[in-house]
Design a protein around this ligand. Structure first.
Ligand code: AHM
Ligand code: MG
Length: 346
């Protein structure tokens, strides 16, 4: 008698989103469609990232973005793809992008009754494109606050990170992955290029409670707050009971550094520096979405004192220091920051 062995079922992002739709009866499928649109744009961006070394797509685009940084051609392409996909989908009324000074309102007829707004960093770590290092997209979705039949307002975006309904990132790396949360755990999907689909590969991702990796641009050491310097010395000290000294790993591409630490356990820090009092990273496009994902994976994210998700945004391009990763390491780093504060106060 022959036995039929069922083949292992693989779950695509699209199937997974549909299966999980029941978690959001109030959302009537809009959130699912938004995630689907982001997944489609990510595939287009992935295609261009993969051939970046071949096409005349490398190099400066000749413009600077609103932060005064050089924009590469791929940044522009990625920005356009996400805006186009979200604009055509009909679920998003406005987008705030790291690459645009003002919010982008979508005025198509299909979006008239859209209830969501999206914050996006279309291509983070773009200074790594021409050296073939992993780069990423980071996104975050909020329910709008303004009336559904009127225009979107900046206030729709100036919501605390606790109000996010979904957040995720795409890493264009040795394989391309899309990782997202809707507040019910974190799931990761790897793009299978042979079928052109993101397939569930990392269900219910959890960050280890502790870890041995610390990621920080130590070139700025002289300008770090004393608490950060003390934490770095702690990481470098010999102590076999806690596995120290720890290992330093810094790619300089946030999504790649974040993703590695999520899987292996560790901490990423971009603190304030002498020249940048609020650090470098943006609250809306980078810190809030990654903080939401990190907390959902069992980790922590703060500005060294306050939980990132509780910071009240005042402007679209606001920056904040970021301490994010395994809870034990973030707690220890925060303890050093408190110690610094107490020493300064006394
Ligand atoms: P970007 O949004 O302009 O790409 O800048 C953000 C990037 C992050 O990916 C990375 O973690 C950080 O900047 C690196 O900054 P630095 O070179 O100062 O260490
Ligand atoms: Mg960025």
């Amino acid at each position: 008698m022959s036995t039929l062995i069922p083949s292992r079922r693989f779950v695509t992002l699209g199937q997974f989103i549909i299966e999980r739709q029941a978690d959001f009866p109030y959302a009537k499928g809009e959130l699912s469609r938004l995630l689907r649109d982001i997944g489609i744009a990510a595939k287009l961006v992935n295609r261009e990232v993969n051939k970046a070394g071949l096409a005349d797509i490398l190099g400066e685009h000749g413009e600077t973005n609103v932060q005064g940084e050089d924009q590469k051609k791929l940044d522009v392409y990625a920005n356009e793809q996400f805006i186009r996909a979200l604009g055509a989908g009909g679920e998003c009324i406005a987008i705030a992008s790291e690459e645009n000074e003002d919010l982008i309102e979508i005025s198509s007829s299909v979006s008239q009754n859209a209830r969501y707004v999206v914050c996006i960093d279309p291509l983070d770590g773009s200074s790594n494109i021409d050296v073939n290092v992993s780069i990423g997209t980071i996104f975050s979705i909020y329910r709008r606050r303004s009336e559904v039949d009127g225009s979107a307002r900046v206030e729709d975006f100036l919501q605390k990170g606790t109000e996010q309904v979904a957040a995720g990132y795409v890493i264009y790396g040795s394989s391309t992955m899309l990782v997202y949360t809707t507040g019910r755990g974190v799931n990761g999907f790897t793009l299978d290029p042979s079928i052109g689909e993101f397939c569930l590969s990392h269900p219910d991702m959890k960050i280890p409670q502790s870890g041995k990796i610390y990621s920080i641009n130590e070139g700025n050491y002289a300008h770090f707050p004393e608490g950060v310097k003390a934490f770095i010395r702690y990481c470098q000290e010999e102590d076999t009971s806690t596995g120290r000294p720890y290992t330093t790993r810094y790619i300089g591409s946030l999504v790649a550094d974040f993703h590695r630490n999520m899987i292996k356990g560790g901490i990423y820090i971009y603190p304030s520096t002498g020249k940048a009092k609020s650090g470098k990273l943006r609250l809306l496009y980078e810190c809030n979405p990654l903080a939401f994902i990190m907390e959902q994976a069992g980790g922590l994210a703060s500005d060294g004192r306050t939980r990132i998700l509780e910071l009240q945004p005042e402007s679209l391009h606001q920056r904040t220091p970021l301490f994010i990763g395994s809870p034990e390491l973030v707690n220890t780093a925060e303890a050093y920051m408190r110690q610094e504060q107490e020493t300064t106060a006394s």
